[in-house]
Design a protein around this ligand. Structure first.
Ligand code: 6LW
Length: 524
């Protein structure tokens, strides 16, 4: 959270910081529900609740059973679950998404959005980004990237009609993220185009008939930050929602890159909120800023409360909180909260962090400047705290045989950066990230060397520094500081972002607690 707290008329973006891309939202009465992509992580499709569109609380994960989500252990990073859509229809919540690891769309339903959600109904249709809409006859339509629609029976997955070509945007790359809305006499079709990076854009068309033809809006794309100096970039993949008071809003993804040139983004794609106005029957929105002013008379938006500051999980509950995610799955035998009550015990399965399937329990990095700490008893095993993007891009603070080590894996390279002996038993480990202050373009090489932001091996104009600390009898000792660029999307590629993970790669280890603390700074 920023040191500058918003006033009642403003709210802070992103409303869901960190790796929360492809948001989809629906309203039921005074309650809003939002889902995001989860890719190779289990459980899949985090679901959030809000009463004001700004403050979101995770209430579960839609795909939280192995029977709903098959993430083959050898699937590529950034495979798995893409772009869900959530809708409420006929007294039920409906979620449709694509599991690209098995090449199928799936629909699940629930009466309580916190779960349980049903077993999946599979849809064997091409493309990605499925969205659901029901027409005036009560028929269900699924619209996919491309953009085309199919009339389906959503209870069986049977395709009844289609493909019906819709509208493919203004000619930008990858027409995707389509959503259809019945508003008045019109069917509005929202489409994103230009790819999910800095060319990203949102366009709109409308038709009186759900089968088209669709007439493009007068100004398309009606929201894009391409080729601008806006700090938030890559804005797109939007979903519309009407608030209780009648005002309109869009949730969408964006990125916040840091550093001089080129900038790097390390938190993945995040969820932003932007008000929407209607002008002559067409939506108008943007730009998307980190501090947004809510339009007058928009009661749904409240000021974000001050960040509670302390995000400790003591592992005292009966289950793991919904924000904990594990790459490629979380087998029952890999973890326990009861073997050592009040501790999370993890069991290695013979896999290292460099391969799919290692035992990792992680949470998203949600702030540019933050600290994650654990107290871990490695026993006779090998365990630690990792900051990872994927199996080929991670920094680890690891303890085994009475020695703490800082390790890094970036692409084909692997290195031990530091090691120090520690007494046997539990040890407290911390990984912290610190965004660089940018030096003015006129800075000399001497300024750069003198800059406290430039530890050994870190380029001052880069995005951030990752530091590794161990708690000793004499206080915290920083073992190493590494350049954060190598754990960015620009280096690692893919659709996710950084996560902090507790892990074990040999034997068993127990974690007493995990702390996540945003550092108060306006860089967050
Ligand atoms: C998603 C597509 C996109 O399916 O990225 O930004 C893809 N948009 O719509 C993966 O998140």
């Amino acid at each position: 959270m920023s040191a500058t707290q918003p006033s009642a008329q403003t709210y802070r973006n992103p409303v869901l910081p960190g790796f929360h891309p492809d948001p989809s939202v629906c309203r039921v009465g005074e309650d809003y529900y939002l889902v995001c992509s989860s890719f190779e992580y289990f459980p899949g499709v985090p679901i959030f609740h809000s009463r004001d569109l700004v403050n979101w609380r995770q209430i579960g994960n839609v795909l939280d059973r192995a029977g709903q989500l098959d993430l083959a252990a050898d699937a590529d990073a950034s495979g798995g679950v893409y772009a869900p859509t959530i809708r409420h229809h006929d007294g039920r919540f409906w979620m449709v998404t694509t599991n690209v690891s098995i090449g199928r769309h799936l629909i699940v339903t629930a009466t309580d959005p916190a779960g349980p959600w049903s077993d999946p109904v599979y849809l064997d249709l091409p493309h990605i980004d499925p969205s659901l809409a029901w027409d005036d006859n009560g028929d269900c339509w699924v619209t996919v990237s491309g953009v085309e629609s199919y009339r389906i029976d959503p209870t069986t997955g049977t395709v009844l009609e289609g493909p019906v070509p819709m509208w493919s945007g203004t000619g930008g790359q990858y027409p995707e993220a389509p959503h259809l809305y019945r508003i008045g006499e019109w069917w509005y079709l929202l489409v994103s185009e230009g790819g999910t990076h800095t060319g990203h854009a949102v366009s709109v068309a409308r038709s009186r008939d759900i089968r088209g033809p669709f007439e493009p809006g007068p100004v398309n794309p009606f929201l894009t930050h391409r080729s601008t100096n806006q700090p938030v970039q890559a804005t797109g993949h939007a979903d519309l929602v009407q608030a209780v008071d009648g005002s309109w809003w869009m949730v969408l993804l964006g990125i916040r890159a840091k550093g001089q040139w080129p900038p790097y983004h390390v938190l993945g794609r995040e969820t932003f909120l932007v008000p929407v106005r209607w002008v002559d029957g067409w939506p108008v929105a943007g730009p998307v800023a980190e501090v947004m002013t809510a339009p007058a008379g928009s009661p749904p938006v409240q000021a974000a409360p001050p960040d509670p500051g302390d995000h400790r999980d003591d592992f005292d509950g009966a289950g793991l909180a919904p924000g904990w995610i594990s790459p490629r799955g979380r087998p029952e035998k890999s973890w326990s909260l009861t073997e050592r009550p009040g501790w999370l015990t993890l069991h290695a399965d013979g896999t290292t962090l460099d391969r799919a399937g290692a035992t990792v329990v992680a949470r998203r990095q949600q702030h540019h400047d933050c600290r994650a700490s654990v107290h871990v008893d490695p026993g006779a095993g090998r365990a630690g705290l990792t900051l990872r993007v994927d199996e080929a891009h991670h920094y680890d603070l690891e303890v085994s045989d009475g020695t703490v080590r800082v390790l890094g894996r970036v692409g084909p390279f692997r290195q031990v950066f530091a090691e120090q002996r520690v007494p046997a038993g539990g040890v407290t480990l911390t990984i912290a990230t610190r965004t660089h202050h940018l030096l003015p373009p006129t800075a000399t090489a001497a300024d750069q060397v003198a800059s406290p932001e430039a530890p050994f091996g870190v380029r001052p104009a880069g995005c951030d520094t990752v530091s590794f600390e161990v708690q000793t009898h004499d206080g915290p000792v920083v073992l190493a500081e590494l350049d954060g660029r190598y754990l960015s999307t620009e280096v690692a590629a893919g659709f996710t972002g950084r996560v902090f993970g507790m892990y074990v790669t040999k034997g068993s280890a127990a974690f007493d607690w995990f702390d996540y603390l945003p550092v108060p700074t306006d860089r967050n």
